[in-house]
Ligand binder design. Structure first.
Ligand SMILES: Cc1cc2nc3c(=O)[nH]c(=O)nc-3n(C[C@H](O)[C@H](O)[C@H](O)COP(=O)(O)OP(=O)(O)OC[C@H]3O[C@@H](n4cnc5c(N)ncnc54)[C@H](O)[C@@H]3O)c2cc1C
Length: 440
């Protein structure tokens, strides 16, 4: 006997009086400064937002160097992205690695842990995937010279720094000990400078008297850069002050030096070998490979050359914001800093909300700089805001206050303040953990 299955067709049913209007779907790739700012700006918009990130946490990158040098613990500068869902009803967070973008079908392909690849449709797409370290065509350097971009990098650097002293303490070989106690940083931009100064403090204050056979204060820190001066994005007078300050902290600054090789033994720079067990890469950055998938024009660092409304010419409903976007303003590039990323994210959010309401685009994006800062160890920071240039203790206090206030989570603000106060008064650092590699 055969059973005939009957199927009801939509035609059998009466049509609803008015077809339900589907909400516009905004897909944001990246839960960094730009992506989160765009999502928050759309809080009251009548849209469905999906925010995808390959990590479950947002990182406050300006303080990453403090995790790398044991001042702060990773959780103190990170906040769960999913937390945003509790405060924003029109937002959905997905933990996944975006692996493809198809502008034709308006879909994004994302690899979700455990459930494989998913295709997600969008009406508006915001690409805010930031940057990653660039080795200027020498990717082989990466194995011996980690960059500093995420919490894994910071923990790896912390482990490398602290392990170098443990190994130096347990060897009698003078040459090996000297190599272990030499730290080389390639790239003297703000990250290289801040990291070098913090390592100097770790070695000369925190670790002092912690060992019997070695004196960490005698270790060598070398900061290399291919340019003519350190901190090229700051005024020359400030760059000179910082170089002097680094000298006082015991950091040897070498400019106009190109790194030719990085291997297990150290670096070769300007034809000379510097033996070192800890080489850190703070030199260049390149855009995430996701940007290439947009098929739009990119600059040398792989960033999308966006129009004045942060969109790309190939698809006006596709925006690139934050570090992944290349944009010039009054003849100068908009810098790859957190405040620019936040402003761009907000701009894109407002623009999408306006377009959904059928409004015109308004004025193009304009970056408003509130000034640039860099910190050089304890009690010293520099600030450049328009014509204002300051350096010293008062600027350092301002730096500390601004950075605590900028941390996204209230509990992190309290924890960071407490850690800083403890560190400032005692010279100690609480997060001196050597992370073990995962056991096989
Ligand atoms: C060590 C360091 C120190 C810094 N110090 C300062 C400072 O003192 N002041 C300042 O203003 N700026 C500073 N910056 C720069 C600032 O952090 C960046 O400008 C800012 O983070 C850019 O924001 P973004 O949203 O564009 O990218 P990010 O904040 O980098 O966020 C990008 C996000 O995209 C996600 N992502 C990338 N690819 C994918 C993918 N394929 N799938 C899913 N998710 C993906 C990442 O996981 C990440 O969460 C510093 C940067 C670093 C690295």
């Amino acid at each position: 006997m055969t059973t005939v299955l009957t199927k009801s067709f939509p035609e059998d049913k009466p049509l609803p009086a008015k077809a339900a209007v589907r909400k516009k779907r905004v897909l944001i790739i990246g839960g960094g400064f730009a992506g989160v700012a765009a999502a928050r700006t759309l809080k009251r918009a009548d849209v469905e937002i999906t925010l995808i990130d390959r990590r479950n946490h947002h990182i406050f990158q300006p303080l990453l160097y403090q995790v790398a040098t044991a001042v702060l613990a990773p959780s103190e500068i990170a906040s769960p992205i999913r937390q945003l869902e509790t405060r924003q009803k029109n937002l959905r967070v997905i933990l996944a690695d975006v692996t493809g973008i198809d502008l034709g079908t308006r879909t994004v392909e994302a690899l979700c842990p455990g459930s494989g690849t998913r295709k997600i449709e969008y009406d508006f797409l915001v690409v805010a995937t930031g940057m990653r370290p660039s080795y200027f065509g020498h990717d082989e350097f990466a194995a011996n010279a980690p960059g500093l971009k995420n919490l894994n990098d910071a923990e790896l650097i912390r482990t490398k720094l602290l392990s170098a002293f443990e190994r130096a303490e347990s060897t009698d070989d003078e040459k090996a000990r000297a190599r272990l106690m030499t730290f080389v940083l390639v790239g003297a931009g703000p990250t290289g400078v801040e990291l070098a100064a913090s390592i100097a403090h770790l070695n000369s204050v925190t670790l002092r008297k912690n060992f019997r056979d070695i004196d960490p204060a005698e270790s060598k820190i070398v900061l290399l850069d291919g340019g003519v001066r350190i901190l090229p994005t700051f005024a020359e007078s400030l760059s000179r002050k910082v170089a002097k300050r680094l000298g006082k902290l015991g950091v040897q600054v070498l400019t106009g030096v190109k790194v030719e090789k990085v291997d297990e033994e150290g670096v070769v720079a300007a034809g000379a070998r510097i033996p070192s067990a800890t080489v850190l890469w703070t030199a260049g950055v390149a855009a995430s490979p996701i940007v290439k998938m947009l098929g739009t024009t990119t600059d040398r660092a792989g960033r999308a050359c966006v129009g004045p409304f942060m969109d790309i010419p190939e698809a006006p409903d596709v925006f690139v914001a934050g570090d992944a976007a290349a944009m010039t303003q009054d003849g100068h590039p908009v810098p790859g800093v957190a405040q620019a990323a936040i402003q761009q994210g907000r701009f894109v959010g407002r623009l999408i909300a306006a377009r959904i309401r059928g409004r015109r685009d308004g004025n193009p994006f304009r970056y408003r700089s509130k000034g640039n800062m860099a910190v050089v160890g304890k009690n010293f920071a520099i600030l450049e805001a328009g014509r204002l240039r300051t350096a010293g203790f008062a600027t350092w206090l301002v730096w500390a206050m601004l950075h605590v206030m900028a941390l996204p989570q209230l509990q992190n603000r309290f924890r960071v303040q407490t850690q800083w106060l403890w560190s400032y008064l005692s010279g100690q650092r609480s997060s001196r953990l050597i992370s073990e590699p995962p056991r096989r």
